[in-house]
Design a protein around this ligand. Structure first.
Ligand SMILES: Nc1nc2c(ncn2[C@@H]2O[C@H](COP(=O)(O)OP(=O)(O)OP(=O)(O)O)[C@@H](O)[C@H]2O)c(=O)[nH]1
Ligand SMILES: *[C@@H]1O[C@H](CO)[C@@H](O)[C@H](O)[C@H]1NC(C)=O
Ligand SMILES: *[C@@H]1O[C@H](CO)[C@@H](O)[C@H](O)[C@H]1NC(C)=O
Ligand SMILES: [Mg+2]
Length: 426
């Protein structure tokens, strides 16, 4: 509290000086934003607000602030809702489509991006970033540039330190773990590159310099399919609605791949309670704190905030898991790692189910069921969607946090149709 001195003139004078100082500070910070982002006045303020808004893990400690300063990030609570829907002049959302791929994924990459272009991006021209742990071939680059001629397309090499063993990993132990898992037929259990890939997607992709300038990313894998026209811009939706993570499919993880993951997560939560949101979404992960129900968002599709992963809370979480060694001694996937973090760091309203995006990654399909609203826009049958089948966790999501009425209706239709088919046969 500042108590102003008695005496009207003096109070007025000091008041005026305080106001003037505030105005100078404000205009300085605003013009700094303008020069950094090159937007006209007003819009710059909003874009800037948006960028700093999307930092999970509030309220921040002094250490968070110091960390943010070092990292060049400004922190504000993710909960302080700014109205971003006034997008007069529509500054571009800093969104990017990202694909990690190998040179021999070219055919699948071409297919997946071709569909995304046709369904969505030919109208928006969001840029593409392709990442690879080896240099992309000229053939890959030429072909992928040709698929999206109107978008900026960049090809990046994953730095070695993002795709190799940290020094605390005993590689003999890791190799033994791989052969044991292979012997037990655990999916990708014997693969070394798959483990580097999962660790990279968990802890490193968002640090690639080609992504520095972006706020949101859409992860696409080779050979996935986009089954519906996407008339609205999902990136803009995320930005305007303060969403930080978007999914289409959820399901149960193979328990053999993550024997000690949950134990490690619980240890992290005990040691770092300040990173765990009080109003988090962790109910989705199970009814009892000591048991993980294996639910996770299927991370081969993600539309999310890059700042979510760049936050101190997430980086500490990732480092903790990485030190525990489970990316190599077990086969921790980026899907459960991302999903557990999202559930811990975000409240349900910050997580979005992208129902309208029809999506297929072998062997699972998500198809929007809000028919006939989607009629003519999709090449899939909504009643065949995975969402409410027994191996999906999306029904649990609906139960806990709402939504999904249309999905439930379609599921009922599906059951009725199957019953009718059965009775016709008998
Ligand atoms: N550059 C590179 N990319 C990889 C490597 N392994 C996997 N990827 C990419 O990482 C992503 C996930 O790999 P996938 O093989 O699709 O793994 P998955 O989705 O769990 O399994 P399936 O799709 O069922 O095979 C895809 O975008 C792959 O192209 C690798 O060794 N090098
Ligand atoms: C946000 O602003 C827009 C335009 O100014 C207005 O139409 C809309 O109602 C506002 N939304 C909220 C939630 O305040
Ligand atoms: C790595 O593990 C193997 C097998 O358990 C062990 O013999 C070896 O001493 C370990 N190496 C280091 C550097 O700890
Ligand atoms: Mg895949």
């Amino acid at each position: 509290m500042i108590t102003l001195p008695r005496g009207r003139t003096l109070r007025l004078l000091i008041g005026t000086i305080l106001v003037a100082i505030t105005l100078v500070c404000l205009s300085n910070s605003l013009s700094a934003q303008d020069s950094e982002y090159g937007f006209p006045n007003g819009i710059a303020e909003k874009a800037y607000l948006n960028r700093i808004l999307h930092q999970p893990g509030s309220p921040y400690t002094r250490a968070d602030v110091a960390f943010a300063q070092r990292a060049g990030i400004t922190l504000v609570a993710v909960d302080s809702v700014a109205n971003n829907s006034d997008t007069l002049g529509k500054p571009r959302v800093r969104g990017v489509i990202v694909m990690l791929a190998r040179n021999d994924d070219l055919y699948g990459a071409k297919n997946a991006i071709g569909q995304l272009e046709k369904r969505f991006n030919h109208k928006y021209h969001y840029p593409y970033v392709y990442l690879n742990d080896e240099p992309f071939s000229e053939d890959f680059k030429t072909t992928m540039r040709g698929i999206s001629p109107e978008s900026d397309v960049q090809f990046g090499l994953v730095p070695k330190e993002h795709w190799s063993y940290p020094d605390w990993i005993n590689q003999t132990v890791a190799a033994n773990a791989r052969s044991e898992m292979a012997a037990k037929d655990v999916i990708y259990g014997g693969s070394e590159s798959y483990r580097h890939m999962c660790r990279f997607n968990s802890g490193f992709f968002f640090r690639h310099p080609l992504l520095d300038q972006y706020d949101y990313y859409w992860r696409v894998e080779p050979s996935v399919e986009f089954l519906c026209d996407i008339p609205d811009d999902p990136f803009r939706y995320m930005q305007e609605n303060n969403k930080l993570y978007g999914f289409t499919v959820s399901l149960y993880e193979f328990p053999e791949t993550i024997p000690t993951l949950w134990k490690t997560v619980r240890q992290f939560m005990n040691e770092h309670p300040s990173f765990v949101r009080k109003d988090n979404s962790m109910r989705w992960l199970g009814n009892k704190p000591d048991e993980y129900n294996l639910c996770h968002f299927w991370s081969n599709f993600e539309i999310a905030s890059l700042h979510l992963w760049r936050s101190r809370a997430y980086l500490e979480f990732f480092n903790y898991l990485d030190k525990a060694g489970g990316f190599f001694y077990e086969r921790w996937g980026d899907a459960p790692v991302h999903s557990i973090a999202v559930s811990m760091l975000l409240k349900p309203a910050q997580i979005h189910f992208f129902n309208e995006i029809g999506y297929y990654h072998n062997p699972i399909m998500h198809c929007p069921v809000d028919q006939p609203a989607m009629a003519g826009r999709c090449q899939c049958d909504g009643s065949e969607t995975f969402d409410l089948q027994h191996y999906s966790c999306t029904g649990r999501w609906f139960d806990l946090f709402g939504g999904g009425e249309a999905s439930r209706r379609a599921f009922k239709l599906q059951q009725e149709r199957k019953r009718a088919e059965r009775s016709k046969q008998s």
